[in-house]
Design a binder for this molecule. Structure first.
Ligand SMILES: [Mn+2]
Length: 399
């Protein structure tokens, strides 16, 4: 018998599906949360004296185990047990020190790996699965979704796979995919799924629109973050809010019910797995998470509670536009008026309530980034811009 312990997200369940395709009813698949796995592994290892169990091949995918279990697993393998831990998280690389560890973050050509793609490669390499075009397409969709590469290729089909995954139960999804992949020549959605997926997309758009109005901005340590409470669609939210607010280092998503925090960034120079690591969590450079502890609660929930939500930049303006030398007006909750204008192409000036800052900026973008981070400001609407200019003209005339 094979025993697969894997994550309960799309990449983890992708592993379950690939394992079922390879081993049929010879595999027992268990889906676990990040927190739940160690308990399961502990139970598995406790039963290791049972001789029958030695015939089991233990596979762990898309999840990490704690130090105690790593030691236990090491003993288990030393005594003749078979085990493999296959993962693609940077934080799991140290398992490569063990004979049973197989952790790889990227392929030789620089493409990112996923647990599903690594497991599939492993099974193909060991002649344990019949390679097929449909399965390969499925594995690639999971990989692109999990690594967020789908966005770069604009491959909505990969995004849809995750949407579908969340619309049905894990068991139903697994069963559907296994039977489809056994028969189909290519991986496709049926007409009904396509209809559901379109509806889901509209629902996500509405959800993001609502959450956009709830986000607050603050500094936690050296980083400027946008904080929002949300129970679902974390990846979509992290990506949309991050792109719209590029002055934020990362987006923090709080799930109070689950007592969990997700961190997402769109920036290459920010590593949110380090942020999550500070609170005992982990993950990838661009997507990570942790359980809520007292410290993270204080920083992200309590301290943020009294901050008013951010406002988005005015988007219907005809006059108060960005990146114009004659000047763009920003405002914030303190009713500060912040004016960004330029003397020449490489010198941008920020004026706070009529007083120019001593520091100047080499581009509009860096000036705006400063204004948004330090003053939590947004682009003012045309009406306010006109009022502001009127005052400026009156002042000049009076002088
Ligand atoms: Mn994964």
């Amino acid at each position: 018998m094979y025993k697969l312990f894997t994550h309960n997200d799309l990449d983890g369940v992708g592993c379950g599906i690939v394992a079922k395709l390879a081993f049929g009813d010879q595999v027992d698949v268990r889906y676990n949360s990040v927190m739940g796995l160690d308990f399961q592994i502990e139970k598995f290892l406790e039963r290791k004296n049972d001789n029958k169990q030695k015939e089991d091949f233990l596979i762990i995918t898309d999840l990490s185990i704690n130090e105690k279990n790593a030691e236990g697993l090491n003993e288990y393998v030393a005594e003749g047990g078979m085990a493999k831990l296959i993962d693609h998280h940077k934080t799991a690389l140290h398992f490569n020190d063990y004979s049973w560890g197989l952790v790889k973050v990227e392929y030789d050509n620089g493409r990112l790996t996923s647990a599903t793609s690594l497991l599939y490669d492993y099974l193909v390499e060991h002649d344990l699965i019949q390679p097929s075009a449909a399965v390969e397409e499925f594995v690639e969709l999971v990989r692109q979704y999990d690594t967020w590469e789908w966005e770069k290729y604009d491959n909505i089909k990969a995004k849809h796979l995750n949407d579908l995954f969340f619309m049905v139960s894990i068991d139903e999804f697994e069963e559907k995919m296994v039977s489809r992949l056994l028969e189909a020549e290519h991986f496709e959605y049926d007409e009904f799924e396509q209809k559901l997926l379109n509806m889901e997309e509209e629902k996500i758009e509405r959800y993001i629109r609502r959450k956009r109005r709830e986000m607050v901005q603050t500094f936690v340590g050296e980083y400027c973050t946008g904080i929002v409470h949300a129970e679902s669609y974390h990846s979509e939210l992290g990506s949309e809010l991050g792109k719209e607010n590029s002055h934020l280092d990362y987006i923090t998503i709080l799930n109070m019910g689950g007592k969990k925090i997700s961190f997402r960034t769109v920036h290459d120079d920010i590593d949110v797995s380090a942020v999550a690591g500070r609170f005992g969590g982990g993950g990838h450079a661009k997507a990570a998470g942790c359980s809520m502890n007292e410290e993270s609660y204080e920083l992200y929930v309590k301290a943020a509670f009294t901050i008013e939500p951010m406002r988005q930049d005015a988007f219907k303006n005809q006059y108060n536009l960005k990146n114009i030398p004659q000047g763009s007006l920003y405002e914030n909750r303190n009713e500060d008026q912040i004016f960004i204008y330029s003397k020449n192409e490489s010198e941008w000036i920020v004026e706070l309530n009529g007083e120019p800052l001593t520091e100047t900026f080499t581009s509009f973008e860096t000036a705006e980034r400063y204004v948004k981070r330090i003053h939590s400001a947004w682009l003012a609407r045309d009406e306010h811009y006109v009022e502001f200019l009127k005052d400026v003209v009156i002042n000049i005339k009076c002088i």
